[in-house]
Ligand binder design. Structure first.
Ligand code: GDP
Ligand code: MN
Length: 403
């Protein structure tokens, strides 16, 4: 699950990570109040107004309706309301949102932390993520902060340092110092960075995160180390033990079909193809998507209805697949292990009747426990549903349906 920058910063602060302070607002008037409060609390007289969406690249991104950037600076209090209005309610398009962009419902009013002083402010990149290949967490850091890290990785991979963390002993002091040293820091800034890395790692582990990306981490002109931005992903499977984090979920940022699937305990991922598929078991679902491609189609989704599929889950799956206007055929591929094929067949027939007016052809392949009975139920239902026993035949039927 992804969360907003302002929420991520709340989590960071709880664990002692120093952040660029800010107050969230959802109207231009509230933005002005937030700026006044921020002035009173931090003494700042410049204000950074930041769109809160689940995508990066906001600074360079543009709000379609107004032409404003997704991150703007107000150099006086009187400008805050107007600049906030230029972002709030608009559609922000960045290189991560796709051309359709994302609606901005909230903004963060943050203190300006790039103030002049004894040294120039400098931006760094710092992230912690799970390295699945090495089965441990990795800290990645770079002096090329503020920029697109993918670009740095492509053109200057030597400018990214990595430090892998042994899960049995956790982050060691020498590792945090090694990273801070690799960033070229010294004196007070070095000490602050080591503390920062420690606190960040603590926050990451304590929240069962799978990614923390702080870009930029700023060394201020007076040698403070601050998280200016924060992109956080929490492992969905661990949310049950982080109630406060689970409540940070913003479903307006998620695909509506995926939200509906989640409510029905279905594992659904929307894709761009034309063949909807409903399968029990993730492995079989992957294999089914391969078969769809081999027969000349493109999967419209991944959908795992789980081992205990029943008429209700099948119907919910049907409804979700049918809401995708790209779907030209549906392939249902069920292996009857725990679930019996006759029950699934009844579920399909019932769901078909309940939904009514299904225009796209449906191919059902049932295999395993009570497969023959399942096929009989489908074939005798009088519905426009074709059944296959062998997956290859199912693929041929899909091909015919698309032709
Ligand atoms: P992103 O574009 O979505 O990654 O948003 P960031 O939070 O990283 O902000 C983008 C850019 O805004 C930063 O790289 C900075 O250059 C700028 N920015 C952020 N905070 C401040 C600030 O306090 N003062 C000034 N002058 N610029 C800031
Ligand atoms: Mn950023």
């Amino acid at each position: 699950m992804n969360i907003h920058e302002y929420q991520a910063k709340e989590i960071l602060k709880k664990h002692g990570v120093t952040v660029q302070e800010g107050i969230v607002a959802d109207t231009p008037e509230a933005a002005l109040e937030a700026a006044k409060k921020l002035h009173a609390e931090t003494g700042t007289s410049w204000y950074v107004i930041k769109a809160q969406i689940h995508a990066g690249g906001r600074g360079k991104g543009k709000v379609q309706e107004t032409g404003s950037n997704g991150v703007v600076l107000a150099k006086k209090l009187e400008d805050v309301t107007e600049k906030a209005a230029g972002i709030l309610g608009g559609t922000l398009v960045t290189h991560q949102t796709g051309p359709e962009g994302k609606k901005v419902n909230k903004i963060l009013i943050a203190q300006d932390v790039y103030y002049p002083g004894e040294s120039e402010p400098k931006e760094y990149y710092l992230s912690i993520l799970l390295d699945r290949a090495k089965s441990c967490n990795v800290i990645m850091a770079s002096t090329e902060g503020g920029m697109d890290i993918e670009e740095v990785a492509e053109h200057h991979p030597e400018k990214i340092v990595k430090e892998w963390i042994d899960p049995t002993v956790g982050l060691q002091g020498f590792q945090a110092r090694k990273v801070a040293f690799a960033l070229g820091l010294e004196g007070e800034a070095f000490k602050q960075m080591v503390k920062f890395i420690y606190a960040l790692y603590d926050a990451y582990v304590a929240n069962d995160a799978s990614m923390f990306e702080i870009n930029p981490v700023l060394k201020t002109s007076d040698n403070k180390i601050l998280a200016v931005d924060a992109k956080v992903n929490i492992d969905d499977n661990a949310l049950y033990r982080h109630k406060a984090v689970a409540e940070m979920r913003d479903i307006s940022e998620e695909d509506p079909l995926e939200v509906e699937a989640g409510e029905n305990n279905l594992n659904y991922v929307k894709l761009d193809g034309n063949v909807g598929c409903m399968v029990n078991g993730a492995g079989l679902a992957m294999a089914t998507m391969d078969i769809i491609k081999l027969s000349g189609g493109e999967p419209a989704n991944f959908l795992d209805v789980g081992g205990g599929a029943n008429a209700k889950t099948v119907e919910a799956g049907f409804r979700i697949i049918l809401k995708d206007p790209n779907v030209k055929a549906i392939l249902i591929n069920i292996f009857g292990g725990i679930v019996r094929c006759d029950r699934v067949a009844n579920g399909v027939v019932e769901a078909y009747k309940n939904i009514g007016n299904i225009a796209v052809p449906i191919i059902v392949r049932l295999q395993g426990t009570n497969a023959e009975e399942g096929a009989r139920i489908i074939n005798e239902s009088g519905l426009k549903v074709k059944s296959a026993v062998v997956l290859k035949d199912a693929a041929l039927l899909v091909k015919e349906a698309l032709a």
